[in-house]
Design a protein around this ligand. Structure first.
Ligand SMILES: C[S@@+](CC[C@H](N)C(=O)[O-])C[C@H]1O[C@@H](n2cnc3c(N)ncnc32)[C@H](O)[C@@H]1O
Length: 267
């Protein structure tokens, strides 16, 4: 049976690859590299460099264009339809490129378990059954871990809960009651400016693990605008930016809040 390996690569710095990821890349016959348009050129280049460095002599690198995502319609329905199209496209390429006993691979940014659709799409291909496939998932270092290490913090407070969410959900729903720590990803709109209590502490990081890494921490009231400007400057210079932050509700030092800690967004 053919194998499809989904390999977490961290943030592109080769030193973040685990030995398991290096071994998995060395075993590949075919690597599928997504081409998501101009903004992702740098990320694609990083992946191709890792493949050139750690791939074996037989490795073929195949670029795969992403189908466009519909601009109109309900968000989840649009994403599901897009995943379906991607599954069809990836399946067609695998059928064309992969021998019955061969191994294909995809390098996944960070860790495949966090806000990444690669596992879901690979499972959809498997379910369709047109290609008998064994799946392998190799964990990588996530931006969540990079954020905590860069700021030298533990994400949870003593015996506390950590919530992981997106900028969209923070804007739509705020934080659930009782949540003191929230990691927010995929937030192109600096939602903390409208949705976090001004006294909340924010630990922000952009382009973590790269030469462009930037870190800012402080209360939202004090550093919120500084973060927005730093983010915008990076986006203008690079054409894209990835950033992530931890919001920590500060209510009398590390004491747990008696009042609900939820901070619903007014929008
Ligand atoms: C599609 S998700 C992929 C997350 C990835 N699977 C991970 O484990 O980090 C992309 C989001 O991850 C975060 N992210 C990924 N890499 C990052 C980096 N190097 N620096 C800061 N944030 C990053 C950002 O919130 C970005 O919007």
């Amino acid at each position: 049976m053919a194998t499809l390996s989904l390999i977490g690569i961290g943030s592109g710095d080769p030193r973040q690859l685990t030995q398991q990821a290096i071994d998995a890349i060395a075993e590949l016959d075919v690597a599928l590299v997504l081409d998501k348009g101009a903004d992702s050129g740098e990320l694609r280049h990083l992946r191709e460099q890792l493949l050139a460095r750690f791939g074996g002599n037989r490795l073929r690198v195949v670029r795969l264009s992403d189908p466009p995502r519909a601009a109109q319609g309900e968000y989840l329905a649009r994403v599901e339809a897009w995943h379906e199209q991607r599954a069809e496209r990836w399946e067609a390429v695998l059928r064309e490129q992969l021998g019955a006993q061969q191994t294909a691979g995809m390098l996944v940014w960070g860790d495949p378990a966090f806000y990444d659709s690669t596992i879901r799409i690979a499972q959809a291909i498997k379910r369709r059954g047109a290609i008998p496939l064994e799946l392998k998932v190799i964990p990588g270092i996530s931006s969540i871990q990079l954020l905590a290490a860069a700021h030298q913090i533990a994400l949870n407070q003593l015996n506390g809960t950590i919530h992981i969410t997106t900028g969209r959900r923070l804007r739509d729903e705020g934080l659930p009651q009782g949540i003191d720590e929230a990691v927010v990803m995929l937030d192109g709109q600096c939602s903390f400016l409208q949705c976090a209590a001004p006294e909340s502490e924010i630990f922000w990081g952009a382009c973590l693990g790269s030469a462009d890494e930037q870190l800012i921490r402080g209360s939202v009231a004090e550093v919120g605008e500084q973060i927005r400007q730093a983010r915008e400057a990076l986006r203008e210079r690079k054409g894209w930016v990835m950033d992530i932050y931890l919001l920590r509700n500060v209510r009398g030092g590390n004491e747990r809040a008696e009042a609900p800690s939820s901070t619903p967004c007014s929008r």
